[in-house]
Each structure stands twice: as C-alpha cells, then as structure tokens.
Design a binder for this molecule. Structure first.
Ligand SMILES: [Zn+2]
Ligand SMILES: [Zn+2]
Length: 302
C-alpha cells in the first residue's frame, strides 16, 4: 500500500479520515496533532515549567518524546515525575523504562513512591479488599502527582491520556450517570492548590501511540498493569473498541459530543469551590481529601 501523500510505503491506515501513511507522514501528522492540541487549549506558555507524568509505558513515553521535540525551540522547561505505586512484578520494569527515556532526552527525572509518601505499597493497600485496586491507585496517584508537581515548582502537569482513555472516561461517567463528575472532567478555570493538568495526547488513538514509539525506536515492552482487568474501565474499553471497528470515528465523536455538551452547560453549572485538607493541605471537597480518608481507613484496619 502506498502513502496517500508520497511514493513511500504506508505503515498505517487511518480508517476514520481514510488515509494511508508512510513513516515520515505518520510521524509528522502525529506531532502536528499534539501541537494543535497544545495550541487550541493554550496549554503551554513561554517560560513555563511542565511536569510530565512518566510511568514508563507507551503513552507517557510518547508524550515525553513528542513534547521534547515539539517544544525544542521554545522557552519551556520539561521535568519528569514517576510514581512508584509498589506493584510487584510490574513496576520495576516500567521504572527502568522511565529512567531510560528521560536519560535519552536529557530530562531530569524524579521518582516518588507510595511507600515513602504514604507508608504502604499499593499491593499492601488493596490486599484482601473488595474495592477495585484502581480506585486506590487513582486517588493516591493523583494526590502524589499534584503534591510533587507543586514541590518541583511546575506550572502545569502533563499526563499521557490518549483518545481511547478520554472516550472511556466520558462513557464511564455517562454509564454511572455522574453528571457532576462529567463536568469536573473539563474544569474551566484554575483551582487554588491544583496544578492545572494538560493532556496533549488526548486527540491521538492508543494504537497510533504504540506505533509512534516503535518508529522512533523508543518502544518499551509495556506489560499491562496486573490490576487492569478488575475495573469497569476494562469492559468499557472492549465495548468502545468493538464500536470503533464497526463504526470508525466513534471514539472521537464520543469525546466531541461531550465537549459540545460542556460548552453548552457553561454558566448553568457552578464550579465547585475547593477547600484544603486539614491533614495534608491538598485541595479537597470535604474536610479530608480522598487520599487522607483512605489512609485513615487503612490505619484502622491494620
Ligand atoms: Zn508519505
Ligand atoms: Zn489530605
């Protein structure tokens, strides 16, 4: 198959726009989309320091690599943060991968562990529990990333969420009927104490991210988290993949539709005022933040 733009051999077919792309045109298109996402949300400004959450998996590897390229001629500082949740047999390899990519690009890497920050590994936290491990992990990861991004003086926190993740999150909140949460998903203004989060890869489908890593020689053998199949997200992911293959463009329209809806709802929905946690001073809704609430529970159980 020939590239739609040149005589080169196509390495990917994008069914939705209906294009065949060679390696060069694929990489160019990929980085252009990331650049457009950055520009349209005015996500990055000159002189800013961007903390990039790097797990060592393919998403964050592609994120760090593409940002490093796209921002090369701009006065923007990149710094990488890795959270070691403490998942036996999984995390050690991904931390190695995170070190390798940060080292290759000459970007400073800071590693923070659940054990040091909270006193427990994720494995210990969820041992013998009925609650999905992803609930614990998600709460503590978010808490840890925000705290450490502030500690490093970052203006923004970039995460590797891709189009698939975004479509899944929108769909999960629809399924749960959680309107509040759905609206919080796209905050309109900065909240005190919260480092604004940006998702530069949110327009890029997951399978293109793997390919981008591969053609740039930064492919990391990314094993799936051993807890991944225990969540609602796994079922939603399968459903969305089935729909996408039957009706190309479904993921994109799911996210677009949601964006139109939040734009309309602006004004009729008041953004929540955040307080600060009496334990850790991180922003929260109630007196205790979710992380401190879970920690209290853990202490009582031990
Ligand atoms: Zn081409
Ligand atoms: Zn707290």
């Amino acid at each position: 198959m020939k590239c739609s733009f040149c005589d080169g051999r196509a390495i990917i077919t994008q069914r939705h726009p209906g294009l065949h792309l060679c390696k060069e045109h694929f990489v160019e298109g990929f980085e252009r989309r990331v650049e457009e996402t950055l520009a349209c949300g005015s996500m990055v400004k000159e002189k800013e320091k961007i903390a990039v959450a790097v797990s060592g998996g393919k998403d964050s590897t592609a994120l760090l690599f593409s940002l490093h390229r796209i921002l090369a001629n701009r006065e923007v500082e990149l710094v990488a943060i890795t959270v070691d949740e403490g998942i036996a047999g999984y995390r050690d390899d991904t931390i190695k991968a995170a070190r390798a990519i940060a080292g290759q690009l000459g970007i400073e890497l800071h590693i923070f562990s659940f054990r040091e920050e909270y006193g427990y590994d994720l494995d210990e936290m969820v041992h013998g529990k009925k609650v999905a491990p992803c609930t614990f992990c998600g709460v503590f990861r978010k808490h840890c990333l925000n705290k450490t991004a502030k500690r490093l003086g970052a203006d923004k926190l970039a995460t590797g969420h891709n189009l698939d993740d975004e479509a899944q999150s929108v769909m999960m909140n629809y399924l749960k009927g959680d309107f509040e949460r759905l609206m919080r998903f796209r905050p309109r203004r900065a909240q005190p104490g919260l480092v604004p989060r940006i998702k530069p890869l949110r327009a890029v489908p997951e399978k293109e991210i793997a390919l981008y890593c591969m053609v740039n020689g930064v492919f990391s053998e990314s094993r799936e988290c051993p807890y991944a199949n225990l969540s609602l997200r796994a079922d939603v992911r399968d459903m969305m993949n089935r729909l996408e293959s039957l009706f190309p463009g479904t993921k994109q329209s799911t996210v677009r539709g949601f964006e139109k809806m939040t734009a309309r709802a602006q004004g009729s929905y008041a953004q929540m005022q955040l307080a600060s946690c009496r334990q850790c001073a991180e922003p929260c809704v109630k007196q205790l933040c979710k992380a401190c609430e879970l920690l209290e529970q853990l202490k009582q159980e031990k």
